[in-house]
Ligand binder design. Structure first.
Ligand SMILES: NC(=O)c1ccc[n+]([C@@H]2O[C@H](COP(=O)([O-])OP(=O)(O)OC[C@H]3O[C@@H](n4cnc5c(N)ncnc54)[C@H](OP(=O)(O)O)[C@@H]3O)[C@@H](O)[C@H]2O)c1
Length: 241
């Protein structure tokens, strides 16, 4: 029986590449998404990966979603916390709502999703959690006080939980992508991308979603059992920790 992997935000961008990468590696994959039914339906038709709609910022919705996926596919042994949003704005203009939306999705979403699968992983003595943080959680980014705070929080969560999971053979790791060519990044004006972002990336290009997916497939594997609490920086040499 293949292991069951759940990818949040698994229908578009980096998450879609992760879902496809895990499926190709032999996992039974479920892809969660928030509201873009059209993109989810197209992803499902193209890949055959079942899709499940719920909002990771709601604890109850996550608990229900996990129950549904487990009823359909079996116990979740790999969880990839990938769902994320941006609400970029300079801090002096940032509203409490813009702060809360990003924290609720990008940080609390990790608690909401991990908590309902954690007990089962402990009972079975196996689990893999991979959290998709960001280069901007490592170095901070102007206009992203909300996003940088949430993504830095994801790294603290990863390191604390890694210590709790270790004795139960549950690894918890993070990946910090640099700028990857998804809709989230393509939404940045081309002039800004070409003149202010790409020149900062030593390899001279945006990353590909598949380059993040390959990191996830490695961390999810049985062979990666000695790696926990770690962060893979996949950023084209833009920032070293
Ligand atoms: N792209 C980059 O350069 C980059 C760099 C560093 C880190 N990251 C991180 O990588 C992750 C993926 O980014 P991306 O660029 O692939 O994003 P994306 O193309 O915008 O896709 C985001 C995915 O997350 C889902 N999602 C958003 N909010 C959700 C919620 N509340 N509940 C459930 N699903 C939700 C979306 O669902 P719908 O389709 O329904 O909207 C979609 O499937 C994020 O955590 C992001 O912060 C990205």
């Amino acid at each position: 029986m293949s292991r069951v992997a759940l990818v949040t935000g698994g229908t578009r961008g980096i998450g879609a590449a992760i879902s496809v990468g895990l499926k190709a590696a032999g996992y039974t994959v479920a892809a969660n998404y928030a509201g873009n039914d059209e993109a989810a339906a197209a992803f499902k038709a193209e890949t055959g990966v079942p899709v499940y709609k719920w909002d990771v910022s709601s604890y109850e919705a996550c608990a229900d979603g996990v129950r549904k996926v487990e009823a359909d596919l079996g116990p979740i042994e790999v969880l990839v916390n990938n769902a994320g949003i941006t609400r970029d704005v300079m801090f002096h203009k940032m509203t409490p709502q813009q702060w809360r939306e990003v924290i609720d999705t990008n940080l609390s979403g990790l608690f909401n999703m991990t908590h309902p699968v954690w007990g089962g992983m402990r009972d079975r003595g196996f689990g893999r959690i991979v959290n998709i943080s960001s280069i901007n959680g490592q170095k901070g980014q102007m206009g992203q006080a909300n996003y940088s705070a949430a993504k830095a929080g994801d790294l603290g969560f990863t390191k604390a939980l890694a210590q709790e999971g270790a004795a139960k053979n549950i690894t918890v790791n993070a990946i910090c992508p640099g700028y990857i060519g998804t809709e989230m990044v393509r939404a940045i004006p081309e002039k800004v991308l070409n003149e202010r972002i790409i020149p900062l990336i030593p390899v001279g290009r945006l990353g590909e979603p598949e380059e993040i997916a390959r990191c996830v497939v490695f961390l999810a594997s049985d062979e990666a059992g000695f790696i926990t609490g770690s962060t893979i920086s996949a950023n084209g040499g833009q920032f070293f920790v």
